[in-house]
Design a protein around this ligand. Structure first.
Ligand SMILES: NC(=O)c1ccc[n+]([C@@H]2O[C@H](COP(=O)([O-])OP(=O)(O)OC[C@H]3O[C@@H](n4cnc5c(N)ncnc54)[C@H](OP(=O)(O)O)[C@@H]3O)[C@@H](O)[C@H]2O)c1
Length: 245
């Protein structure tokens, strides 16, 4: 499908990978709903960049997706502003270290709420608009570690595994009108504070012996949205071969 004039909601779009996704869709002429939670200034800058890239509309929307009422409110606000919604990209995510001996039920619940529950209920809230689009698409940004967990991040990895199940459940629930797929990034943009030595280890652990880029994830989202017209319920790794290394 052509993304020209379509409306895309990208969660966690103010910074890092979500920002790259928002700008990639803008470059194809899409109108972008830029969701953020705390990064208000960065979100406004992304919206300005979208407007200058695509000369299309852009708007920022604040929501704490740990709040069970947030998905419906966010979907309503976006639909009210743009009058349509064609693509939902669930990219916002909580990523906190939770070593086995220290992990708490609260760590678990926070990760599940933001990374698995919110994408489900956001898709539910957006469903009427996505169906009406005629070419509705959901892309869930998961993680290769949802298939193969690494140490010290069990609540995060389990929440991404849950998101992969949500991905398939949504593909069934929203068919045949709406396609739903997941992108599973590997190391594309480590946390800013990660020491150089650890970054090197991350690169070495991939088959391609390098880190990816946020743009690679954005291109996968674009592919699933505008080209993969016979693909639903699928999982696309963008991980330099990390999963099978
Ligand atoms: N970076 C990587 O190498 C990598 C690797 C594998 C998978 N991924 C996946 O790719 C996606 C993007 O990665 P990233 O590194 O850019 O993510 P990130 O920086 O960890 O988080 C993205 C955004 O999520 C938002 N967020 C966090 N908690 C929230 C909440 N309670 N409610 C609403 N928004 C919330 C934050 O928005 P505010 O800043 O506005 O608060 C944040 O900027 C994520 O789903 C991540 O799991 C990334």
């Amino acid at each position: 499908m052509s993304l020209e004039g379509k409306t895309v909601l990208v969660t966690g779009a103010a910074r890092r990978v979500g920002k790259s996704i928002a700008l990639a869709f803008a470059a194809r002429g899409a109108r972008v709903a830029v969701h953020y939670r705390t990064s208000a200034l960065e979100a406004r800058r992304v919206a300005e960049a979208v407007k200058s890239l695509s000369r299309a509309e852009a708007e920022v929307f604040r929501a704490d997706l740990a709040d069970p009422r947030a998905p419906q409110r966010l979907a309503d606000a976006v639909a009210r502003r743009f009058g349509r919604l064609d693509v939902l990209i669930n990219s916002a995510s909580l990523y906190e270290k939770s070593p086995f001996a220290l992990a708490s039920p609260e760590d678990w619940d926070r990760h599940m709420a933001v990374n698995a529950r919110a994408p489900f209920f956001l898709a539910q809230a957006c469903a009427p608009w996505l169906r009406r689009s005629g070419e509705g698409v959901v892309v869930n940004v998961a993680d290769w570690a949802g298939l193969r967990p690494y140490a010290d991040y069990a609540p995060y990895c389990a929440s991404k595994a849950a998101l992969l199940c949500v991905n398939k459940a949504l593909a069934k629930a929203l068919a045949p009108e709406v396609r739903v797929n997941a992108v599973l990034p590997g190391p594309v943009l480590p946390p800013e504070a990660m020491p150089e030595g650890e970054r090197r280890k991350l690169s070495e652990a991939t088959l391609l012996k390098r880190l990816g880029s946020p743009e690679a994830v954005a291109r996968a989202c674009l592919y699933l949205a505008d080209s993969a017209d016979f693909t639903t319920g699928a999982e696309l790794t963008v991980d330099g071969g990390r999963l099978i290394a």
